[in-house]
Design a protein around this ligand. Sequence first.
Ligand SMILES: Cc1cc2nc3c(=O)[nH]c(=O)nc-3n(C[C@H](O)[C@H](O)[C@H](O)COP(=O)(O)O)c2cc1C
Ligand code: SF4
Length: 430
Amino acid sequence: MIIVPYVTGYLSEHYADDDFRTLSAYKAKGGFEGLKKALAMEPEEVVEIMKSAGLRGRGGAGFNAGMKWSFMPKDTDRPKVLVCNGDESEPGSFKDRLIMERGPLQILEGILIAAWAVGASKAFIYIRGEYKEPIRCLEAAVKELYGARLCGENVMGKKGFNIDIVVHSGAGAYICGEETGLLESLEGKKGQPRKKPPFPAQFGAFGLPTTVNNIETFAHAPYILDRGVDWFRGFGTEKSPGTTLYGVSGHVERPGLFELPLGTPLREVIGHAGGVRGGRRLKGVIPGGMSMPILTPNDIDVPMADEFLSERGTHLGTGGVMVMDETTCMVRVACVVSYFFRDESCGQCTQCREGTGWINKICERIEQGRGTQQDMKLLEDVPAMMEGQTICAFADAAAWPIQGLMRHFRDDFEAHIREHKCPYPESFEL
Ligand SMILES: Cc1cc2nc3c(=O)[nH]c(=O)nc-3n(C[C@H](O)[C@H](O)[C@H](O)COP(=O)(O)O)c2cc1C
Ligand code: SF4
């Protein structure tokens, strides 16, 4: 199935056009101008441009991409590696899939620019295993690049600029999207996150200096290099420049992807999806994929950029906007969320392995009308004990949505305990 965004910007402008995936059409639409400009500069200049563009990583944490590129060690003759993270397993997130299917050459051009900037000679694109079509699209695009001598040795005729690109099918676990879990999986091991330090820039894929970026992050780079920092900063906010592909799902009339500037008010983003289905009232919105705390209708005008969302106790994450209408039972939401995290914990850390299971059991008990006030206390204590205590941020991602639901929808939990049943007969089925 082809998904084409309802609103387009520079990234998705040509996504309706099948040919955009071929090298000739991509070049005809301005493709590889960014790389050409990058290769005319010293690598350090490219890094500086990326830093001042302020492109924030689109994989969830929002770290400045140019800054990350600058961490790659310069005083080493060991091979350097780039990893492009296409694992995209966060429930509510589906933007990277679209970019891989409709704009694979944007990603590859971004990878080539980054390779020149950081001196990498090998790049791995790690793609969620279930994403068969994205894998096919990227493999076809990489093949075309080799044929056109746009990767391999002396790329674009630049002597000594050698880069090999490998497409790797992922291992089918959410935790393989966490960058060090991904690196382990790439090496053929169990996808269990590593303790940090050392960070990937020092000890990454196969022990080599490595930079990991998200699919969408790489896809923005060619436009920055080609059109310039001021142009890029013309979109979005000062702290979060550029556009992003908001993926709107749930109780809306027209779920889909919408490319809009960062900082677009939440009301407008949901408006592009046709608003809440059937004219019902809005009850809650998860703004950035399932691991982000929920917002309430009071937050409907918040600009969708991390600096504004963090003031409201949540984050932009991956821009996956999940809309819930007034029929929604928030305890059922807590059951779904906690079931996912219980299932996906890699099990290395006690707080995460045990905490996610406890939370799920407590939520299910409350939903079934068997909860007590002691369960409410546990639902406050257990997530607090998981946060910031573990090898990776998965435990935080498991704790935050529950904390958000308890903060804003405590009444829903209390009503289940008081009435010994779920008071939302019209809510979705578990
Ligand atoms: C549990 C967990 C899952 C993650 N899954 C993904 C993912 O599927 N894709 C992704 O790009 N980043 C994911 N991340 C973030 C990566 O660890 C990493 O920060 C990101 O790939 C860096 O790219 P960026 O700086 O371009 O955003 C995940 C993080 C955690 C803690
Ligand atoms: S926090 Fe959870 S997912 Fe991350 S390493 Fe520990 S057990 Fe594994």
